[in-house]
Design a protein around this ligand. Structure first.
Ligand code: TTP
Ligand code: MG
Length: 233
């Protein structure tokens, strides 16, 4: 009994040690989250969890993201329900690697986007309450583990320019004003800590830098992000 108990304790300890260091990457639309993930992909100990954008833009042949921007009143609730589900799936995706980087999270989906759509009247009170229940249930059943948040802080005008340039299908109706609101909400959530709940320490990066300069910014914070694991690029 005692031996079995000790073995169980040792197994639990081992499993706990094997848990990856979970980093979520947050920041406005076009702040460079995917670019950061691409940069860290080269390290053997890092697993990268890209945003499930492909699932949102091709859900049984439907582009839910484009539908939501086209008719926000009609589609915001369906779209955000699916975003919450796919984010949860991303959090639960298993990995053996020491560090896991994930673009966005269940938290930004809820605290930033659901909140914004609710404030704008595109998700009515009753539907927002349904999403709130879903969020609480998902969060309580299997709380997503987050050890660090990398916040790519960018000026709304800069991300607006990048977004216009990249011309993603469906995003042509996103205004500077919308990006300004999202920026303030990220600041409320991650800097002022007045919105939602901040689940981990926040590392703020200057995301206004262009592609040529951003590599230096990554270098500056690489140690924090990789938590001192040996780099094997
Ligand atoms: P982002 O999650 O900000 O990803 P991105 O690829 O645009 O950012 P980056 O350039 O930094 O890599 O947004 C993707 C699109 O999905 C964008 O149009 C905003 C939208 N979106 C929602 O409408 N609701 C949500 O809950 C989420 C997570 C995204
Ligand atoms: Mg991206």
């Amino acid at each position: 009994m005692n031996t079995a108990h000790n073995i169980l304790k040792a197994c639990i300890r081992k499993m706990a040690q094997r848990r990856p260091f979970n980093v979520i990457v947050e920041g406005n639309i076009g702040s460079g989250k995917t670019t950061l993930l691409e940069h860290f992909k080269k390290y053997e100990d890092v697993s990268v969890q890209a945003e499930p954008l492909e699932q949102w833009t091709n859900f049984n042949g439907h582009n839910l993201l484009a539908l939501m921007y086209k008719d926000a009143q009609k589609w915001s609730f369906s779209f955000e329900s699916y975003v919450l589900l796919t984010m949860m799936q991303q959090h639960q995706h298993p990995t053996n690697r020491a560090v896991r980087l994930m673009e966005r999270s269940l938290f930004s989906a809820k605290y930033i986007f659901v909140e914004k759509m609710h404030r704008d009247g595109n998700i009515p009170d009753a539907s927002a309450a349904v999403l709130d229940e879903m969020f609480k249930f998902l969060n309580e059943q299997k709380p997503p583990q987050v050890d660090l948040i990398v916040y790519l802080r960018a000026t709304p005008e800069v991300v607006h320019e990048r977004m216009v340039k990249r011309n993603r299908d469906g995003e042509n109706t996103v205004s500077l004003n919308y990006l300004q609101d999202l920026h303030e909400m990220h600041e409320d959530w991650l800097v002022r800590k007045t919105l939602g709940h901040c689940p981990a320490p926040v590392l703020v990066m200057n995301a206004d830098l262009d592609k040529a300069q951003i590599a230096n910014e990554y270098k500056k914070y690489e140690g924090d992000i990789l938590k001192g694991i040996r780099l094997q690029a």
